[in-house]
Write a protein that binds this ligand. Structure first.
Ligand SMILES: CCc1ccc([C@H](C)CC(=O)N[C@@H]2O[C@H](CO)[C@@H](O)[C@H](O)[C@H]2O)cc1
Length: 819
């Protein structure tokens, strides 16, 4: 069919073909005959980006619309995943682009695999930020995601000789077609130095900060298109650069290093993502990173406020800032500095604006994960902010003391400054004092927050506490990852579920229908076969798609209890070794997840998984009935392969430890059944899908507390359970570490000595629950019915529902009215 000739905007196949060819010729500057696979990918990416710009310009225009409030999501991590596939889905042009590239002799799936995943995050927190940007744009809410453009993201993981090896993530080496550098949008950021007082022209006492160093932050913008919403929001990531990138004088003196020294040290700030999803005390570069992107972001918001022709005093009417955990919480002090020191505002009105603008989300209860900065480090890097924090704290504790006179213990517990021993700035306290709203990420988590780590704040400010249970975007995690399932569902209930997931409930009435069950199973088996082929290619392990795919993928951490899963596998192995003819159902155990490079126990757990796999996968008695796979380099791209292929979703953290979890939602939305504890969002998933469609086991959070407070003795559980003893003894005997009998001794010692995460106490209940899973999986129709009911009842866990709650209860930000 004739092209409309609009090769920048045309959505039909002919326009797209012309656009792609044009980008190969004029953007990639290649002859089509010479074009590499990456050239084709880049050309398609640019052609798609072209078609996002009109909506983007209109949406950016809305940022100046004074009647609209802008949501600023401040996060040190955005785990966006590959853009091309997601943008094709959200623009609704998957099939026309697939046909266009096919008619040009290319294969869209090959081109999709070309894209380097922007791994600008560790795990749950970073991915949640990405899902939320997708929902904000889909719900037509004006929003800006503010973060750091790390040159190197989360490391790529290779497994060598069963051990994790970290590979530098050079995600930018082939260029990034989805970002636009904005050299005209840059800000200066001060660090170090000292402060001095002066009186201004009206003789008011003022403070100036004389920095030790100044760096520049440059904006890199990425469009975030909503799903067929006509709104495209903005992801603005900051790159650090030197104010002066070349010192010519030093060069003339032949001091070449000093000539580029400022450039090198300034660029270090946004060089690399910290690969741990638990904080490490005292890493000053980490604090510099946090302050850098926060200062650029707040300065950018003040510029936009001026562009809107509004005065700074009305900032809270124009912006709602969400602090994604404590990582950006320095924003409370930085906004005060910008308003008081630079905008010359009085303290009280500045403080009121700050509290009305800021809201804080807590993502973890682990005490060691609550960020606190040693005072000396803090004052050396941010001397003015420390003064401001002291003043915030002085006024806050005055309030506390007047509210409960004489209760010095309370004041000390609430203080932003931890005075006990070494002095620290407690970032969760700064965030809580400086925010009008504080929320947890699942109902149980929010309750535990109110009862434990933030109890004193809840007693003081009960009205500030909200729960917003996490959600995931059904666009990337169903429509893009599992198109076969999406087609099957839409074929039955229409496409409304993609933006109104509650409509999935309409599937319930088909759950018992044999024909629909048959198609449902066919989709799952196809996805399992696709994953099986990739597993074969990447690990050499042959797995049977007809076996039960039992999947545990998430960051490696002792509280997530990947090693409890290993105890289950060894238990089954022992059953087979005890009686090779015993009836053990064939299962494929698929693990995946990165361990923080410095977290040795987590790395040892990976080695245990691969070592047990080595033995079980090659054992003659097992004869292939059990297969153990460690899927390398688990990330968003691989998640899109794994979640649709799972039969069983493992969510087995110690109750009270996993704030929410979001993988649990992705599995359920793709028809996997969950085996899990009453932890995080598992509790609400079980409530929604029905307890009869959920495999529950283990001590509850309260029972865990109880057990610990009564003095938990793991060895007694070991002594009292023969199968458990046999499993532990096998590990301790070196059965899985031939040649190094003591390799796993640290793990065994931890389990028998402390077992902080109660693996031994939950062992038997877990084994019994797994036997129930086996029994259930025998009845294919019943299992399939449960699977369909799971999907039908997962609508609540869409990130659209979560974002609607934030908009209504915390941000008070209405969507852009439809035209
Ligand atoms: C480097 C320091 C650091 C510390 C904590 C973190 C995050 C808080 C850890 C994290 O990702 N938490 C997870 O957040 C998810 C989204 O809310 C929850 O679903 C998970 O339960 C929680 O572990 C990242 C980096």
């Amino acid at each position: 069919r004739e092209t409309t000739g609009d090769i920048r905007r045309g959505m039909d196949c002919a326009d797209l073909k012309q656009a792609i060819i044009d980008h190969i010729n004029f953007t990639q500057a290649r002859l089509v005959s010479q074009a590499t696979l990456n050239d084709w990918y880049m050309a398609v990416a640019y052609a798609v980006r072209d078609r996002m710009l009109d909506d983007w310009h209109v949406s950016l225009g809305h940022l100046r619309n004074r009647s609209l409030k802008i949501v600023s999501y401040l996060s040190a991590e955005f785990l966006m995943g590959p853009h091309l596939g997601n943008n094709l889905v959200n623009l609704g042009i998957v099939e026309s682009v697939r046909r266009a590239v096919a008619e040009l002799g290319q294969n869209l799936d090959d081109l999709l695999r070309q894209e380097e995943e922007p791994g600008l995050g560790n795990g749950g927190l970073g991915r949640l930020a990405a899902c939320y940007l997708d929902s904000l744009a889909t719900l037509r809410v004006p929003a800006i995601g503010y973060g750091i453009r790390y040159e190197f993201g989360i490391f790529d993981q290779e497994i060598r000789d069963g051990w994790q090896v970290e590979i530098t993530d050079k995600w930018l080496r082939m260029g990034n077609p989805w970002e636009i550098c904005r050299p005209d949008i840059s800000y200066l950021v001060k660090l170090g130095g000292h402060t001095e007082q002066y009186s201004d022209e009206n003789d008011c006492l003022r403070v100036r900060w004389v920095p030790g160093k100044v760096i520049k932050g440059v904006a890199y913008d990425t469009p975030v298109a909503g799903y067929c919403s006509g709104v495209t929001d903005l992801l603005r990531l900051w790159k650090s650069e030197a104010v002066e990138s070349f010192n010519f004088q030093a060069f003339n003196l032949g001091d070449y290093y000093r000539a580029v020294d400022e450039k090198v040290s300034s660029e270090t700030i946004s060089k690399v993502l910290y690969p741990n999803d638990e904080p490490q005390i005292g890493k000053q570069l980490r604090l510099a990173q946090q302050y850098f992107f926060v200062s650029c972001s707040l300065q950018d918001m003040l510029r936009i406020q001026r562009l809107r022709g509004e005065n700074i005093g009305d900032l809270a009417g124009s912006f709602a800032v969400q602090l994604n955990d404590t990582h950006p919480s320095i924003a409370v002090a930085e906004l005060m500095r910008l308003l008081v020191d630079e905008q010359m505002m009085e303290w009280e009105p500045a403080w009121e604006i700050t509290c009305n603008v800021m809201a804080y989300t807590n993502h973890t209860l682990l005490p060691e994960a609550l960020e606190k900065w040693p005072l000396p480090l803090f004052s050396a890097m941010l001397p003015r902010h420390l003064e401001i924090i002291f003043e915030i704290n002085r006024r806050f504790l005055d309030q506390v003391r007047s509210a409960s006179p004489g209760d010095d213990g309370l004041a000390a517990r609430l203080s932003i400054i931890d005075e006990g021993g070494e002095r620290y700035v407690r970032m969760a306290h700064l965030a809580s004092v400086g925010s009008h709203a504080i929320n947890g990420v699942a109902a149980l988590h929010t309750e535990l927050l109110k009862e434990t780590v933030l109890k004193d704040f809840h007693d003081l400010y009960p009205e500030r506490f909200h729960n917003v249970t996490n959600g995931v975007t059904p666009r990337r995690w169903v429509l893009l990852s599992n198109p076969a399932l999406a087609r099957l569902i839409s074929g039955k209930i229409g496409e409304g579920w993609v933006t109104r997931p509650e409509e999935l409930r309409a599937l319930e009435k088909f759950a018992g229908q044999p024909a629909f069950q048959k198609s449902w199973r066919k989709v799952k088996l196809e996805n399992k076969s696709i994953l099986a082929a990739v597993i074969r290619e990447r690990t050499g392990i042959q797995v049977d798609p007809a076996s039960l795919f039992d999947v545990l993928v998430k960051r490696i951490h002792e509280y997530k209890r990947q090693h409890l899963k290993v105890l289950h596998i060894i238990t089954l192995f022992n059953r087979i070794k005890a009686d090779p003819k015993s009836e053990v159902r064939s299962r494929t155990f698929i693990f995946g997840g990165k361990a923080a490079p410095g977290y040795h126990m987590a790395k040892l757990i990976i080695k245990l998984i691969t070592s047990v796999g080595e033995v079980v996968n090659n054992d003659p008695d097992v004869a292939g009935r059990l297969k153990v796979v460690f899927f390398p380099d688990f990330n968003v791209t691989n998640g899109q392969l794994v979640y649709p292929a799972a039969d069983l979703s493992e969510q087995i953290s110690t109750a009270g430890k996993e704030a929410s979890g979001t993988g649990n939602m992705k599995f359920s939305l793709n028809g996997a059944l969950t085996i899990g504890t009453l932890d995080g969002a598992n509790v609400e998933i079980r409530q929604e899908v029905g307890e009869e469609n959920f495999f529950l086991f283990g001590h509850t959070a309260a029972e865990v507390q109880e057990l610990k407070s009564r003095g938990y003795d793991p060895r007694s559980w070991y002594e009292g359970n023969a199968p458990l003893r046999a499993v532990i003894d096998r590990i301790a005997a070196g059965d899985f570490s031939p040649g190094d009998r003591n390799l796993f001794q640290p793990l065994v010692d931890q389990l028998l000595g402390h077992d902080d995460y109660l693996l031994l106490a939950d062992y038997q209940a877990y084994m019994d629950c797994q036997d129930r899973v086996d029994a259930a999986f025998r009845d294919r129709d019943a299992w399939t019915e449960m699977s369909i009911l799971n999907v039908a009842r997962m609508g609540m866990f869409s990130s659209d529902r979560a974002i609607r709650e934030y908009c209504e209860n915390i941000w008070h930000a209405p969507p852009i009215p439809g035209d």
